[in-house]
Structures are given as C-alpha cells and as structure tokens.
Design a protein around this ligand. Structure first.
Ligand code: NAD
Length: 476
C-alpha cells in the first residue's frame, strides 16, 4: 500500500496517524496518507518562514526559471498525474489528461512570465513624489478542495511562489495524491526546501491550525461557502482570497443559437461530473423554446456515457465520496418532493457491473419546471443535476438570475448584442460568459461575489492576495 507523507522543509515527514484515500469508482484503497495536525502545521509554517527571505530575495528571473522547470516537469508527467487524479478524484481521464493537468503546467509558465513584470505606480506632485512598491506577503496558506485538485493547487502555488512568497499547501483529505506528486516535482525542479510545504489531513485538524497560525499572512482558499465563513472567523487579520460555492444561471433567450447553447448547457452542468464551482446549474430558458429545449436537453443527458473514469469514452465518473453521493441523491429526492418534474435520471443507482458496482455513481439527472425558490434551485448540489426553469422576458431572466445567495459565474445566450451586454451587466456575479461556456483566460479576474466569495485571482488580480503594496512618499 503506498504511503503518502507531508512535505516539510524538503523532507518527507510521516505522522503517527494516517487516513485512507479511496478510488471513488471502486472504493479500492489507493494509499495511506499522513494525518497532520497542529505539530505538522507548526513545522511546515516554520519551514516556510525560514525559507522566505532567500526566496523573496531571488531575482524574479531566477524564480521564473525554477517555476518554468516545474511547468516542464508537470508537462512531461501528464499521463501519470492525470491517471493519479482520475483514480483519486474521479474526474474522467479525457478531462484530466487533455485539459486539467496540461493547464496546471501552463499555470507555472504563465506566472513565471508574470513575476518579472510586477511594477509599481508613481503619483508625482510639485512638492512630493509618491511611488508604490509591491512586496511579497510572506507565508501563505493555500487550501484546496477535492474537485479538480491538481489544477486548483497549481493555480494557487504558481502565483504565490512567483511573487516571492512561500507556501503551506493543504489539499482536501478526499483527493490528496496528485499534490503529493507536485511536491516531489517542485524539489526536482530545484525549488529550495521550505518554499513549498504540503500538509495533509482533515480540515478541522490541519486546516484550522494553519489558518489560525499568526505567521501565516495570507490565505487563498477554494472550497465551500460554509468553510470559507469559518475560516474568515477563525483566521483573524490576514489577507484573504475566498473562492466559494455557486449556483450559476445559464440564461438562454429565444434568439440564441439553439444548438450551440444546448452543447454548452450540457457541458456546463455535466462535465467534471457536475462537481464544478462554475457549473451552470440553473438553466433558464425563454418560454417560447422551453418545451423543445427540455426534450433535447434530456435526450442528450441520457446519452452521456457514465462509468469508469479511466475509460477515454466516459463523460461522467463517480461522485467523490459515498457521503457526497448521498447528498446528491438527497437533493434528487427533495426535488421530486418539492414538485419539480423529473425528466430523466433519478436517485436510484445506475446498473454498472464488476468493481464499478461499488462506486459512487449517480445518473445524470434533469429536472424541468423548477421553481427558482425550491431548494434544488437555491442550494449548491455539486453533482450532475440540472434544474430547468422557464422565464418570460429579459427582466424576468435577470430577476431569476439574481434571486440566489451566490454570485460566482453566469452565462447568457442571445444573438441580440444589446441584450447580451445589458443582461451581462445586470447579473450579480463575478463572471459572465456570453455565447460561451466557461473559458478560462489566465489573465481574467476569477472569483465571485455574494456568498461565492471575496477577492479575485488570475493575472495581476492575484496581486491582491499575494503581494503587499507599499506607498513611499518623498518630499522634493
Ligand atoms: P470544503 O469547504 O469542505 O473543503 C475545502 C478545503 O477546506 C479542504 O481542504 C478541507 O479539508 C478544508 N477545510 C475544511 N474545514 C476547514 C477549516 N475549518 N479550516 C481550514 N480548512 C478547512 O469544500 P469541498 O467539499 O472540498 O469542495 C467543494 C466546494 O468547493 C464547493 O462548494 C465548490 O463550489 C467549491 N469550489 C469553489 C471554487 C471556486 O473557484 N469558487 C472552485 C472549486 C470548488
């Protein structure tokens, strides 16, 4: 049985206690993982603090060279890391191998380039010259969820290190394996010991002491809204980036390109097994095309290949855990009790043979005639469950879109250019994609408003959490 240790100060460190990480497609135990707590967090933060001055003092070009090397190593190991990620997190191999892991490598190349471009501002007056410097913050806590774990971790580690900070990364206890590989590759790339530390363990035991630690200066967190709120309360005065949950509207007007909108709607709720923060989980369809859309959408959903995530043809893999599967099933039953129309799918286990019979699978499920006030439309299900909601006109579409606690992403489909801009401006969300699925440009500000979080990351937006601006005012 493989054993996964923490990475502290460049060394593999075990804990007395361990936990198992399971393959969600089969329940096979993949590895025993060190179960960190207060002591491991203390050691990791101390290592990051000790490594900080030398790392921050390196020329940006030298940091960039090391980060590029790490990006190259990830690119060389895509098949291996993708298979690990698929086995540990259940993301289908076509996504991990072709998109998610290559994108993780790109994150390092992108921020390697950016780190030598950090500049300041000048504010001259006849009597004084003000200018700003951007300093690295220090030790950062990077906390990642279980969905797309490797991509999310690199999305945090790359800017954090590029801008001269050191890191303690805590992966989700449900999908820790790929990040363990990231730690090994970082050392192989020549990143000095202590610059990137990884502590494994549960949120309460390892995450909480990390966010409370007084030497941690910034927290970049991706996870649920509930945990985000707890962290903000526990951490005290620190810099925060909080990338939290979502219930994003996917709005289709009657003048939309029907087939493209249909493709994108399917992708945005069923790809990544529906375990996607930016999922278009509330699909708002204008009344005149609603009946046709429901029929075509359900046909497509039923045809999605469900099963072994290591099979290239599979579109929908297992839910991350038995507990999460139970939660998704609960929402499917709740939707029926609330009076939504179950068009396809449902909470019964799909018929899968062999070892997959023990996996955490749920059928792609479509609810039509959903009332936006129902729990299935208001709460984040985080699984392959689509809610189809009819709307009358533009004002109604905007009102329904905004009738949610969340505000992460949004999608607007219309061929009317004026309407596209009007609606995009009115939707309360951190991101709006017009006639497009979610396409990530690494320069774009990624993040949400309302219960979906605070702060933005991406390109120079990552300065907000990973750099500290200082103003210097000189009397002339
Ligand atoms: P989660 O909040 O349960 O856990 C996230 C991480 O926080 C894990 O590493 C966990 O161990 C840790 N944690 C838990 N309690 C903690 C505590 N008290 N202190 C410190 N750390 C703690 O989330 P999850 O179930 O792993 O992930 C799914 C959620 O993440 C969904 O809500 C999804 O929308 C959200 N998400 C958001 C984005 C985004 O960019 N906005 C991206 C991906 C996922």
């Amino acid at each position: 049985m493989p054993h996964i240790s923490h990475l502290i100060n460049g060394r593999s460190v075990a804990s007395e206690r361990t936990f198992e990480t399971l393959n969600p497609a089969t329940q096979e135990v993949l590895a025993e993982v060190a179960r960190g707590g207060e002591a491991e967090v203390q050691a990791a933060v101390a290592a990051a603090k000790a490594a900080f001055p030398a790392w921050a003092g390196l020329a940006p070009s030298e940091r960039a060279r090391l980060l590029r090397r790490l990006g190259e190593l990830i690119a060389q190991h895509v098949p291996e890391i993708a298979a690990t990620e698929t086995r540990d997190a259940g993301q289908v191999i076509s996504q991990t191998a072709k998109q998610l892991i290559p994108r993780a490598a790109d994150n390092f190349h992108f921020f390697a380039e950016m780190c030598s471009r950090v500049d300041g501002h000048t504010y001259p007056t006849p009597s004084h010259l003000n200018y700003t410097l951007f300093h690295p913050v220090g030790v950062c806590a990077l906390i990642s969820p279980w969905n797309v774990p490797f991509m999310t971790a690199t999305w945090k580690v790359a800017p954090c290190l590029a801008f001269g900070n050191t890191a303690v990364l805590k992966m989700s206890e449900l999908s820790p394996l790929s990040a363990a590989r990231l730690g090994e590759l970082a050392l192989e790339a020549g990143i000095p010991p202590g610059v990137l530390n990884i502590v494994h363990g549960y949120g309460q035991e390892a995450g909480e002491p990390l966010v409370r630690h007084p030497d941690v200066r910034a927290i970049s967190f991706t996870g649920s809204t509930l945990t985000g709120q707890r962290i903000v309360q526990a951490a005290g005065l620190k810099k925060f980036s909080m990338e939290l949950g979502g219930k994003s509207p996917f709005v289709i007007f009657e003048d939309a390109d029907f087939e493209r909108a249909l493709d994108a709607a399917i992708f945005m709720i069923f790809s990544n097994n529906g375990e996607r923060c930016t999922a278009g989980s509330r699909i708002l369809v204008q009344q005149s095309l609603y009946a046709r859309f429901v029929e075509r959408f359900a046909e497509r959903a039923q045809a999605l290949a469900l099963g072994d995530p290591l099979d290239e043809k599979t579109i929908i893999g297992p839910m991350i855990s038995a507990a999460h599967l139970a939660k998704v099933r609960h929402y499917i039953e709740l939707g029926q009790q609330e009076g939504a129309r179950l068009v396809c799918g449902g909470s019964e286990a799909p018929e899968l043979g062999g070892a997959l019979a023990r996996g955490n699978f749920v059928k792609p499920t479509v609810f039509a005639d959903v009332d936006n006030r129902m729990a299935i439309a208001q709460e984040e299900i985080f699984g392959p469950v689509a809610c189809l909601i009819p709307f009358r006109d533009e004002a109604h579409a905007v009102a329904l879109s905004n009738d949610t606690a969340y505000g992460l992403s949004s999608y607007v489909w219309t061929e009317n250019i004026g309407r596209a801009h009007r609606v995009a401006a009115q939707i309360e969300a951190g991101m709006c994609f017009v006639n497009s699925q979610n396409v990530r440009d690494l320069r774009q500000p990624f993040g949400g408003t309302k219960a979906s979080g605070t702060g933005r990351e991406g390109g120079s937006w990552s300065y907000e959490v990973f750099l500290e601006p200082k103003n210097i005012c000189v009397s002339l």
